[in-house]
Design a protein around this ligand. Structure first.
Ligand code: HPA
Length: 273
């Protein structure tokens, strides 16, 4: 068995020794979006540092724990805080928890993130459903020997984000008067925010939002056969003519402000799964 499979099995056995219910839905909460965790009827929380082989989250605004519980009556496994490539973790470490989720039985993954908007007419606080992505220098986490037990060597990526889940989310948004944008998420390494020229480049390349997460997680989720739904909270606007500074604090605040809409959408989707 490969070292990765050994680690995964050890981690999964540890979690199953603490929590044995079947879980089909995994949720990852992005920067400033951790409050959705308050809506979970929590049955068990495990801080990352207690979980064998889990990296430690180092970013402000990420609480770093797995939450097992119920959302709208469904069992969910929530990652409050994720791992980012810019923290110095390898692509394999960033995506380790996704593989753990799959081995625990998760088949649907809901992702959220904070992102910079680069689409015309986007405003801070908008929600953008991700319908496709472009990786801009985020290394592919599947590079290296393929784990046949987990998935195929050359995964198809024609529908990285489930069309069915997108339609369901759009219906929930309509019913609740939530305005949704739809677009392509460009994944970059960070940790610098983009220069003006880079935001322009991303726009020219077909990106509608840009952020430092999600792409590697989606690749690994698709590799292992999960369906993925992902949404960006637009926390800053990349292309603007004059004043163009962005701080992490602004990003966190904008994410927090938009959070109730996200909670409604995720809650509705989970209820419908
Ligand atoms: N760029 C990259 N990542 C981000 C941004 C951004 O403008 N906003 C939030 N995460």
């Amino acid at each position: 068995m490969s070292a990765l499979m050994q680690e995964l099995k050890e981690t999964v056995a540890f979690i199953q020794s603490r929590y044995s219910k079947e879980i089909k839905i995994g949720i990852i909460l992005g920067s400033g979006l951790g409050n959705l965790a308050n809506d979970i009827e929590s049955e068990l929380e495990i801080p990352y540092h207690e979980i064998p082989n889990f990296p430690l989250s180092t970013v402000k605004g990420h609480k770093g724990r797995l939450i097992f519980g119920k959302l709208n009556g469904k069992n969910v496994l929530v990652m409050a805080g994720r791992f980012h490539f810019y923290e110095g973790y390898s692509a394999k470490q960033v995506t380790f928890p996704i593989r753990v989720m799959r081995l625990l039985g998760v088949t649907t993954l809901l992702l959220s993130n904070a992102a910079g908007g680069v689409q015309d007419k986007m405003e801070v606080g908008d929600l953008m459903i991700i319908n496709d992505h472009i990786s801009l220098f985020q290394p592919n986490p599947l590079i290296g020997p393929n784990e046949e037990e987990l998935g195929t060597r050359f995964p198809d990526m024609s529908e990285p984000y489930s069309k069915e889940l997108i339609q369901k989310a759009e219906a929930i948004a309509r019913a609740n008067n939530i305005d949704l944008k739809l677009g392509v998420y460009c994944g970059v390494t960070g940790p610098t925010f983009e220069t003006r020229a880079e935001y322009k480049l991303i726009h020219t390349l077909g990106g509608d939002a840009v952020g430092m997460s999600t792409v590697q997680e989606t690749i690994v989720a698709k590799h292992s056969g999960m369906q993925v739904f992902a949404i960006s909270v637009i926390t800053d606007i990349g292309i603007r003519e004059d004043e163009n500074t962005i701080t992490h604090e602004e990003v966190l605040q904008a994410a927090k402000d938009a959070e109730p809409k996200l909670t409604l959408l995720f809650g509705g989707l989970v209820a419908d799964l």
